[in-house]
Design a binder for this molecule. Structure first.
Ligand SMILES: NC(=O)C1=CN([C@@H]2O[C@H](COP(=O)(O)OP(=O)(O)OC[C@H]3O[C@@H](n4cnc5c(N)ncnc54)[C@H](O)[C@@H]3O)[C@@H](O)[C@H]2O)C=CC1
Ligand SMILES: O=C(O)[C@@H]1CCC=N1
Length: 263
């Protein structure tokens, strides 16, 4: 199997490095196309992959991971017009639909995947959609590729767009919340590094607990929240400040933007 990454930034780079570390991809069978010579050279030095600013001979490639921004996708799709029939192409781009992708390169077997950056530490969440009956037999193989970087859910395309706004962008929201919690710590007088460590470990621990227990988050919240106690006083003040509705509005604004990018 010869795999080509087109784009190896925050997302493509995370999947690439983790897959190589886990030896699920072999450097000699892995090709990477990026925009700058300097980046290509670093990828060659760090990972030993075939990295370049030019596409390799596409007739030798079996799987392509499209990890470029939606805004440059059209230009990249133009360069893929002549891929051999049956090449598997997986687009990570937010918003761009499978029908648009397949119209540009109809002879390919298309998938959309929506991973997130915790893929870099093997704790990613990837939503995956196959395009039509012809792609279904290849789903297991594509799932395996993304299982190296975390958990995979096979979903319908409309749900993949919703998950772009929830888990795809989600680490961004989490880091804003983490930073705000750390700021609150600093405001109380804690040293910055201790405040960040406490905020990060608390989010990590809460996420791990929710995943491992499978409990509803409200049940886990209740375990922290003594009647008349301190946590409920904090939650009440946060709710008054619009925490929940801000999160709702943020996720929906993200979905709206992803729909715009797909047009
Ligand atoms: N960053 C994230 O958290 C997530 C991103 N995505 C999707 O992944 C895709 C990539 O996003 P990021 O990794 O954040 O972007 P990025 O800006 O970090 O990386 C983009 C990569 O594309 C390369 N590139 C740009 N123009 C190119 C061209 N013409 N030919 C070949 N390579 C080219 C750049 O060299 C770079 O390696 C986007 O479509 C985004 O919607 C999906 C889920 C999460
Ligand atoms: O902000 C973005 O465009 C990408 C898509 C999902 C997460 N980040």
């Amino acid at each position: 199997m010869q795999t080509l990454f087109i784009g190896a930034g925050a997302m493509g780079g995370a999947i690439l490095s983790r897959s190589l570390q886990a030896k699920k991809l072999l450097p000699e069978n892995t090709y990477v196309t990026v925009k700058s010579e300097e980046h290509a050279y670093t990828l060659l030095e760090d990972f030993g992959v075939n990295a370049s600013t030019q596409l390799p001979d596409l007739s030798t490639i079996t799987t392509i991971i499209l990890a470029v921004k939606p805004q440059v996708m059209k230009c990249v799709l133009d360069q893929l017009k002549d891929v051999p029939e049956g090449t598997i192409i997986i687009s990570l781009a937010a918003g761009i639909t499978l029908s648009t992708l397949s119209a540009a390169v109809p002879q390919a077997i298309w998938f959309r995947a929506m991973p997130n950056t915790p893929a870099a530490v093997g704790a990613g969440m990837t939503a995956l959609t196959a395009y039509g009956e012809q792609a279904k037999p290849y789903t297991k193989q594509v799932v395996k590729l993304f299982e190296v970087v975390g958990v995979v859910s096979i979903v319908e395309e409309s749900h993949l767009d919703c998950l772009s706004a929830l888990s795809g962008a989600g680490p961004g929201y989490m880091f804003v919340i983490m930073d705000a919690l750390a700021d609150a710590g600093v405001r109380m007088g804690l040293p910055r590094d201790l405040a960040i460590k406490a905020a990060a470990q608390t989010m990590y621990g809460a996420g791990k607990m929710a995943v491992e227990s499978g409990e509803h988050p409200a049940v886990l919240r209740d375990q922290v929240t003594s009647p008349g106690g301190t946590t409920i006083a904090g939650i009440a003040a946060m709710e008054k400040g619009g925490l929940r509705s801000a999160l709702h509005d943020g996720v929906l604004a993200c979905l709206a933007r992803s729909n715009e990018l797909g047009k």
